[in-house]
Design a protein around this ligand. Structure first.
Ligand code: ZN
Ligand code: ZN
Length: 371
């Protein structure tokens, strides 16, 4: 029987989300119904709300979530009823060449594992409702393939655990898997929002000898220092002046630059501050059609590398265990990353509050009982 739930529905980009009663379908063989506990507001959700990334509407966004398994499909083996789980928008089959080659975020069978002959969510009038990333967690419950789930320890409070699903996976993952930072390396992180702060922590955990945080907002640079930045640069509109400021701190340039903004100018800056043999790792999603321009001689003659690391090139199942151990040992500060927690009904206020320069991550509370 379909489950009646409340969900925050995007009817039209540019308009506030509306809390509506919708119906959640029964799980197929490999699907799981998860009762939502906490869910984070991510900049990619905001892109869809504003319309700078497109999704068919009506839609339920939300993908950075922790919850409890309520029902499982007949063939599910990864989780069981009552398990506490976090989600990833990069499900992996474990069997294709990319998964077998250690690059599960590029799984070749994503569309196959997400295939469904009827919508997950419908309105009471029968209208189909899209679920972002095949998750759609701005809702009391959501339906997701088991390939998108990892169990998570109850020793991490819910408010912190939800961050593992997107911003920590992406930021720490970029430092550890994408850039593969070592204690010999100098690192610059461009953009000190949730993902940038997670990348700074990832660089610190990986042992980077210098970590330069770059942001246009002074308050964010103060925050970045608390999370492990050794140096800070206030970005100006003139990218060349910003690059000069980085070279004043590290004259030869940096071994690694991690871009966590999602603009061509900041991605190009990441490349332009590299030392020879340096590697720029780009995380920020950019609107379709954007292009990058980099100096070809610096790429070829300097053996420099420009690469993407979609969702931090994560290995979700083992990463959640890695994050948990670093959190419990006090090396990964998730608690301070949550700068506001709001009730579900205040989701639109939450999106507005994301522009506050001191906001790192804003999360919504759906389960009133747990902390
Ligand atoms: Zn996200
Ligand atoms: Zn695969």
């Amino acid at each position: 029987m379909p489950l009646p739930i409340r969900a925050a529905v995007l009817e039209q980009p540019g308009e506030p989300l509306r809390i509506r009663d919708v119906l959640l379908d029964d799980p197929l063989d490999h699907e799981v119904v998860v009762h939502t506990d906490r869910v984070g507001l991510c900049h990619s959700d905001l892109h869809y709300v504003k319309g700078s990334l497109s999704i068919s509407t009506p839609a339920v966004l939300g993908h950075e979530v922790v919850g409890v398994v309520e029902r499982v499909g007949s063939a599910v083996t990864r989780v069981a009823q009552g398990d506490r789980v976090v989600t990833t928008i990069t499900p992996s089959c474990g069997l294709c060449a990319f998964c077998m080659g250690g690059r599960p975020t590029q799984c070749a069978r994503v569309s196959e594992t997400r295939r469904r002959d009827r919508p997950k969510l419908i309105k009471h009038d029968g209208t189909a409702v899209e679920a972002l990333g095949s998750i759609g967690a701005f809702a009391e419950a959501f339906l997701v393939g088991e390939e998108s789930l990892a169990k998570v320890s109850t020793r991490i409070p819910s408010s912190a655990a939800c961050l593992l699903g997107c911003c920590v996976t992406t930021g720490v993952g970029a430092a550890v898997h994408g850039a593969q930072i070592t204690p010999q390396d100098t690192v610059a992180v461009i953009g000190c929002g949730g993902i940038g702060i997670a990348a700074i922590q990832g660089a610190r955990i990986a042992g980077a000898r210098r970590i330069v945080a770059i942001d246009a907002v002074a308050d964010k640079l103060d925050l970045a220092r608390k999370f492990g930045a050794t140096d800070v640069v206030r970005a100006s509109r003139d990218a060349e002046a910003t690059a000069d400021d980085v070279r004043e701190i590290l004259p030869g340039g940096v071994n690694h630059a991690i871009e966590a903004v999602g603009r061509p100018q900041t991605a190009e800056l990441a490349f332009n501050i590299l030392a020879p043999t340096g590697k720029a790792t780009i995380l920020g999603l950019m609107p379709e059609g954007e292009r990058l321009s980099i100096p070809a001689d610096a790429l070829v003659c300097g053996d420099r590398v420009l690469q993407g690391a979609y969702m931090g090139a994560n290995r979700f199942l083992s990463d959640v265990e890695m994050f948990t151990d670093h959190y419990l040992a006090g090396r990964l500060d998730l608690d301070s990353m949550v700068t506001a927690e709001l009730p579900f009904d205040q989701i639109n206020e939450g999106f507005t509050a994301m522009s506050d320069p001191t906001a790192v991550r804003i999360i919504l509370r759906l389960n009133q009982g747990e902390k």
